[in-house]
Design a protein around this ligand. Sequence first.
Ligand SMILES: [Zn+2]
Length: 272
Amino acid sequence: MARLTARTRRLAMAAVSVLALAATIPGCVAMATEDPRSPEHRQDGKRNAMQSPSSAQSRSPSATAPAAPGRVSDSITHESETPGKAVNLTIDDGPEPIWTLKVLEVLKKYDAKATFCIIGSRAKEYPELVKKVVAAGHRLCDHSVDHNTAMDKRSEPYQQQQILDARKMILDAAGRDARVFYYRAPGGAFTPYSREVAASHGMRPLGWNVDTHDWTNPGVQRIVDAVHRDLHEGPTILFHDGGGNRSQTAAALDQILPWLRSQGYAFGYPKV
Ligand SMILES: [Zn+2]
C-alpha cells in the first residue's frame, strides 16, 4: 500500500510539473479557454475559505520570522467592508496598456472603485499603469510574480518568492505611499502557507463569489448575465484586464456598472 501511494505521488508530481510549466508560459491563461475545469477557474477562492486556520499554524513562516507590523487575518475574504448593499469589483491579471486604461475609463465613467490584482512582472513592465490605478483611488492586490496557477504544488520558498517579490514589484511601481491590501493566488491556488505569508505582510487573502469567465471571451451578454445570475452568491465579482483582448470585459462593465447602481449597490472594497 505504501509503495502504491509513493508511486501515485510520483505520478502526481510529474503531472504537476507539466502543469506548472504550462502555467508559467505567458498567455497560457488565454490558451486554457476551452477547459472549464482549468485551474484559473477553480472555485478555490470559496473552497479555501472553509479551511481551518489552524492548518496554517504548523507550517507558519512566522515561526522563523517575526510577523511584520500590520499583520492581517489569513482567512480568505469575500465580504465587503462597505456596509449595506455593496459589491467588490476585482480586476485581475494586468496591468496591460490597452485594457487597463479602458477598464479605468469605464470605472471612472460610473464613479466606481475596484481592486486590481496585479501580476508583479507586469507591474515592473508598466509602472505608469500601476500609478494610474492608484491615482484613480483603486486598491492594489498582489497576484504573484508569474501567475503560476499551479503554485500551490510548488515549494514553500517558491511560493514565498512569488508573493513577496510581486509585492515589492507592485510597490516599486506604485510609489512608496501605496499599500498592497490583498493577495489573490493565481487561479485561486492558495495554500495555508501562502495565506500565512501574505497575511504576515499585511495582505489579506482575497477570494471571489461571482466568476464572470470574461477571460474566455464568451460574449458581452454572457458576462453581463453571469453577474445578474450569480450575484446572490456574494459581493466579490471577478473580471480581468489582462491575459488577452479584454474588449468584452470593458463593454460588459459599461452595462453592469449602471445596472448595479440602479439596483442600489455601492462599489466597495473587500474587507481586509
Ligand atoms: Zn489571474
